[in-house]
Each structure stands twice: as C-alpha cells, then as structure tokens.
Design a protein around this ligand. Sequence first.
Ligand SMILES: Cc1cc2nc3c(=O)[nH]c(=O)nc-3n(C[C@H](O)[C@H](O)[C@H](O)COP(=O)(O)OP(=O)(O)OC[C@H]3O[C@@H](n4cnc5c(N)ncnc54)[C@H](O)[C@@H]3O)c2cc1C
Length: 290
Amino acid sequence: MSLNIIVLAKQVPDTRNVGKDAMKEDGTINRAALPAIFNPEDLNALEQALRLKDANPGSTITLLTMGLPRASEIIREAIYRGADTGIVLTDRTLGGADTLATSYSLAQAVKKFGNYDIILGGRQAIDGDTAQVGPQIAEKLGLPQVTYAEEILDLKDGKVTVKRRLESGVETVVAPLPCVVTVNGSAAECRPRNARRIQKYKYAVSPSEKEKLSDDLKAVVEKRPYLNLQEWSAAYVDADPQQIGLAGSPTKVKAIENVVFTAKESRTIENNDTELEDLVKELIANHTIG
Ligand SMILES: Cc1cc2nc3c(=O)[nH]c(=O)nc-3n(C[C@H](O)[C@H](O)[C@H](O)COP(=O)(O)OP(=O)(O)OC[C@H]3O[C@@H](n4cnc5c(N)ncnc54)[C@H](O)[C@@H]3O)c2cc1C
C-alpha cells in the first residue's frame, strides 16, 4: 500500500547554541546571530515517515513548512535524507502568527494538499516551545491525534498503531487514518543525509530561489520537475486574512524581560556524606528542593 505522508517541520533558530549575541537589547531573539536549523523533533518525525515509506514502497513524503522563503533549506535537508518534495507556505501576511494562526494557516495548506493518509510532526519546536501546533491542526481538520509518539509500530487496514512515551510509562494506541501524530525527541534519530541524494537534489529550489540562479542552472531546474519545490501563498491556500498573521493571533506579548539568575550566597561544604546529607535536608526543609 502506498501512502501519502505529510511531515510538518519548522526552521528554528538554534537555541541550544546560544552565544553572547543571541539576545538583542530589547530582549528579543537576535535571529541573525543564531544558525537556522531543522527543528530537532521534526527530524524524529521525518525518520518515522521514512520508515513508513521503506515499509510501503511507492509512498511519498512531502515536507510542509511555514516560514520565510529560506525555509526551503530544511526541505532540501529532508530530501537529502529521503523525503520526496516539499512546500514552503510563505507570505508577508503570515508574519507574527501565534500558534492559533500558525495552525490555521498550516491546516489550510493541508486542505489544499488534499489526498493524505497521515500527518507527522514534532512534539514541540525549540523556539516557540508550546507543543500546540500539531494538536491544533488535528482539531482544525477534525482528525484524530496521537501525541508523544515514540514509534509507529504498524500501519495497515486504515489504522496506525503507535507507541507513546509518557512520563508515567509507555502506552500503545491505535488510531484510524488519516490522523496527526506528533513525535517525541526520544524516538529514533533521523538517518543521515545520503551522498547520492545530495548530488541529485542540490539544486532543488523554490521559485524565489530559482530566480537567483544563473540562466544555465535555471534551465537545468526547468528540465527536471523533481528539482522544483513549491511555494504557496496565503491566498493560494484560501486563508481568511483575519485568521492569519498578527490579525489572527489573539496572543499579545505585553513585555519581554531578561531574567538573569545570580547566586545570592554560597557555602562551601566538605566532600563527605554527612555534610552532603545535612545540606540536602536543609534544602528540603526550606523548600528549595523537594
Ligand atoms: C504575538 C506573537 C508573535 C509572534 N511573532 C512571531 C514572528 O514574528 N516570527 C516568528 O518566527 N515567531 C513568532 N511567534 C512565535 C510563533 O507563534 C510560534 O513559533 C509558532 O506559532 C509555532 O509555535 P511553536 O513554535 O510553539 O510550535 P510547537 O507547537 O511547539 O510545534 C509543534 C510542531 O508543530 C509543527 N510546526 C510548528 N510550527 C511550524 C511551522 N511554522 N511550519 C511547519 N510546522 C510547524 C512542527 O512539527 C513542530 O515540531 C510569535 C508568537 C506570538 C505569541
């Protein structure tokens, strides 16, 4: 059985490698100072999609990302690892979106895409950190959702069996297709880039990137349909202007504060069990820990 798989992925600033220039004076993220990367848990989701494709020859994986035009970089990254193609949903009117507007816009793009069997995404993005977008997309599309997925165990007869990793343990659930599955960072790591695919797809470009190529390279891209990534606008996915971008975002950031943790006092203790135990007891008693 061949599947039509959508993988939701976000290009994020690498907040795990924060240097001294990472914040601007007003406390907002200095995106220019941080490398833009594939959101880590979206790579876990991509690996689950690739395993489904391996088990179901003829399946297609399409990466869907909403962001700036340069987000097509993560589509190439996914293609190098085995995805087939991708769509960048990009439009000035989408800027400033909170999770509600983001999930509405992505749900519109999924509707436009049409024929899909399963939508996979990461549990959470490392910049926004809300873990809301996947579940909200499921709600908006009226689809069942499986969150905290660690492994897709089986997919057959219109149903998917998923192992979920929860704080309290492991749970196995079955959901009817189509459905949305959000994948944890504890899931299998994504396979590396494939050298042959890098050679074949290094000029896979979106229309705005194609414009910047030399005439010779443009001709190469035009001759090979698989090198043409798609760029969709808000109007193309029939998005209601009142539900996208800032207009569609009820979350308002009132103020941003820099919080710097400093040690007020310090104490040196001897390196022995008694002193350590006394310190732990004291910290529990004054509710610092526990
Ligand atoms: C008022 C306000 C203004 C904001 N303005 C901006 C802004 O101008 N620029 C900006 O970059 N951010 C902005 N944000 C942050 C933005 O709202 C969130 O980054 C975005 O809504 C996604 O939420 P998240 O990062 O928490 O994703 P999560 O819910 O943590 O993501 C879960 C999963 O959903 C999928 N997903 C999430 N986002 C996308 C995406 N864009 N494309 C494809 N898949 C996705 C991925 O699979 C991801 O792993 C703003 C937020 C607020 C509240």
